[in-house]
Write a protein that binds this ligand. Structure first.
Ligand code: 5GP
Length: 204
């Protein structure tokens, strides 16, 4: 039997460009990993296709999936459910293929609890790296505005602490390269491969 695949989770604050980066990754044809299509109760947007962009479902259907334990994770985001169906993820990992999830932060936290050996990648806004300028702004902002920015930045950094990697989304193609490099390197980690060598030794 082949080794179980890696579960790769891309997440990050709202508006950072997770969807854009994920689409750019899957436009490439050299990926060794598979995308897990999410389920949602939100309305289909123009150009979106059921079972390609999302599995579009009613709230009743979604809640039935939750009840029967068929979701790896789910969250309510801006009034709609979003979640990852469990079966596809498990079957794909069992085939030895890596699975890629692009999900918001509440869902990523649930996956971290359930699959701690996943690869957790946090996409950060470029201006988080320029924290001071971002917060103090042009010098004309009220103390309330500055406080609010401080709060958001603090929350983003606290969220980041749960992840293995922080990738800056300054340019989409650069973020894509960084994420692909991370996935390749993860396969060479000793804690991921040593079991295989120990097993071989025992079989000699
Ligand atoms: P949108 O409605 O713009 O496609 O997605 C809204 C948000 O839902 C994005 O932040 C996206 O990452 C997140 N999202 C998409 N699929 C899932 C999922 O399966 N689980 C969770 N928790 N979030 C998701």
């Amino acid at each position: 039997m082949s080794e179980r695949g890696l579960l790769i989770v891309l997440s990050g604050p709202s508006g950072v460009g997770k969807g854009t980066v994920r689409k750019a990754i899957f436009e490439r044809d050299d990926n060794e990993f598979e995308y897990s299509i999410s389920m949602t109760t939100r309305q289909k947007r123009e150009g979106e296709i059921d079972s390609v962009d999302y599995y579009f479902r009613t709230r009743e259907e979604f809640e039935a999936m939750i009840e029967s334990g068929e979701m790896l994770e789910y969250a309510e985001y801006v009034g709609n459910y979003y979640g990852t169906p469990l079966t596809y993820v498990n079957e794909t990992l069992d085939r030895g293929k890596d699975v890629f999830l692009e999900i918001e932060v509440q869902g990523a936290r649930q996956v971290k609890d359930k699959v701690p050996d996943g690869v957790f990648i946090f996409l950060t806004p470029p201006d988080l790296a320029e924290l001071k300028a971002r917060i103090v702004g042009r010098g004309t902002d009220t103390p309330e505005v500055i406080d609010e920015r401080m709060k958001v930045a603090r929350e983003e950094i606290e969220m980041m602490a749960l992840y293995d990697y922080a990738v800056v989304n300054d340019k989409v193609h650069l973020a894509v390269d960084r994420i692909k490099d991370i996935i390749v390197s993860e396969h060479y980690r000793v804690d991921r491969v040593i079991g295989k060598y120990i097993k071989m030794l025992k079989e000699i």
